[in-house]
Design a protein around this ligand. Structure first.
Ligand SMILES: Nc1ncnc2c1ncn2[C@@H]1O[C@H](COP(=O)(O)OP(=O)(O)O)[C@@H](O)[C@H]1O
Ligand SMILES: [Mg+2]
Length: 344
């Protein structure tokens, strides 16, 4: 007999979903340890929502197997449903009702008695910073408030496994941070979370393990450290004062960073990938970048702007597959959401 508390929360093998001619999910193998946040990272159309829907028993798999807490999602759907909850882009919150009314009614539907339902609704509104908005119709909420009430609605009964499907897509940075804090609090209470995202930094902030998926397939899976080691610590962007110094700057950078240095179309600009050391976190990227800056300074080269960016999703895909997401041939480099301006 196996000890249930050590079983993975989710285990899939060769999971498949076909829509017409297209294999939206094309043989996915995953193992998600209980009590952790598992990140599923991939571009639009990768198959994230389809995977989540199969695991939450909303879609029937066309092939392979999936177990949630040991229960088969197809044959034991009721047992799975009693343990999971799903927050997606289309949650069950009614726009015309207030925050309180939504949570109260959902709590009643879940079997809470009247006083208990009110208590749970106000407790969650408070915890999610929505007390002031509690009496307002949800259609008047901001994007961030809307996302928070969606999550609140999905944890009225604390689930053992919560699916968060792109919980921060389209949110401003402050609202994203609020949602991240909520996710951390949910996990601290023992819930396992499967979080899908298009943002590498979000997976990095929240997840202990990450699966990168593209075109219905897992193209990389591992801890954050393993994933970062395979894609590098980030990219250094430099803009010089004097274009005549670009060649010298290139060779200094190539030497100190031990990296390929790219000359940009802008005659003053250079870009270099910082590899970073496997297992060591962000510090190593920043350290290497500052060493390179010091070398440039001692060679008398003036740097006008300097930025160290985390690898973008595009860069992750390039590193893992030699192709941008979706296998298309054009690469939009403007999607790096995590570039920090450090000096000028
Ligand atoms: N109900 C559906 N009918 C037909 N095609 C679908 C359906 N749902 C998803 N797809 C297709 O399956 C692929 C994966 O979609 P999805 O799982 O929603 O990706 P993601 O959530 O990663 O953006 C996409 O090509 C999408 O167009
Ligand atoms: Mg989706």
């Amino acid at each position: 007999m196996s000890a249930p508390q050590h079983d993975p929360a989710i285990e899939t093998s060769g999971l498949v979903k076909v829509f017409g001619e297209s294999r939206a999910v094309d043989g996915i193998d995953l193992s998600v340890p209980a009590g952790t946040v598992f990140g599923v990272l991939g571009p639009n159309g990768a198959g994230k929502t389809t995977t989540v829907k199969m695991l939450a028993t909303l879609l029937r798999p066309d092939g392979g197997e999936a177990r949630v807490f040991g229960h088969d999602v197809a044959r034991e759907a009721d047992a799975v449903r009693s343990r999971v909850s799903l927050t997606g882009q289309y949650a069950s919150v009614d726009e015309d009702l207030t925050g309180t009314e939504n949570l109260y009614l959902l709590a009643r539907l879940l079997g809470h008695r009247k006083p208990g339902a009110y208590a749970r609704a106000s407790e969650l509104l408070e915890a999610f910073g929505l007390t002031e908005a509690a009496g307002r119709q949800v259609k008047n909420y901001s994007g961030g408030m809307r996302r928070r009430i969606d999550i609140a609605a999905s944890i009225l009964n604390t689930p053992d496994l919560l699916f968060l499907d792109e919980p921060t897509t389209g949110l401003d940075p402050r609202s994203r941070n609020q949602v991240w804090d909520i996710v951390r609090a949910i996990v601290a209470q023992g819930t396992t979370v499967m979080l899908t995202t298009q943002y590498l930094d979000e997976a990095d902030q929240l997840a202990s393990r990450i699966a990168v998926i593209d075109q219905g397939k897992v193209i990389a899976e591992g801890t954050k450290g393993e994933l970062k080691a395979s894609v590098g610590a980030g990219t250094v962007h430099l803009r010089l004062r004097d274009e005549a110094e670009r060649e010298t700057a290139r060779s200094i950078l190539a030497h100190t960073l031990d990296a390929h240095v790219q000359l940009e179309a802008d005659p003053l600009a250079l870009t270099a990938r910082v590899e970073g050391d496997a297992g060591v976190d962000d510090a190593s990227g920043a350290e290497q970048a500052s060493r390179a800056l010091a070398e440039l300074a001692s060679a008398g080269i003036i740097v006008d702007t300097f930025a160290l960016g985390q690898p973008s999703l595009d860069e992750v895909f390039l590193a893992l597959t030699d192709q941008p997401p979706g296998g298309s041939t054009t690469l939009d480099t403007s999607t790096d959401t995590s570039t920090e301006e450090i000096a000028s």
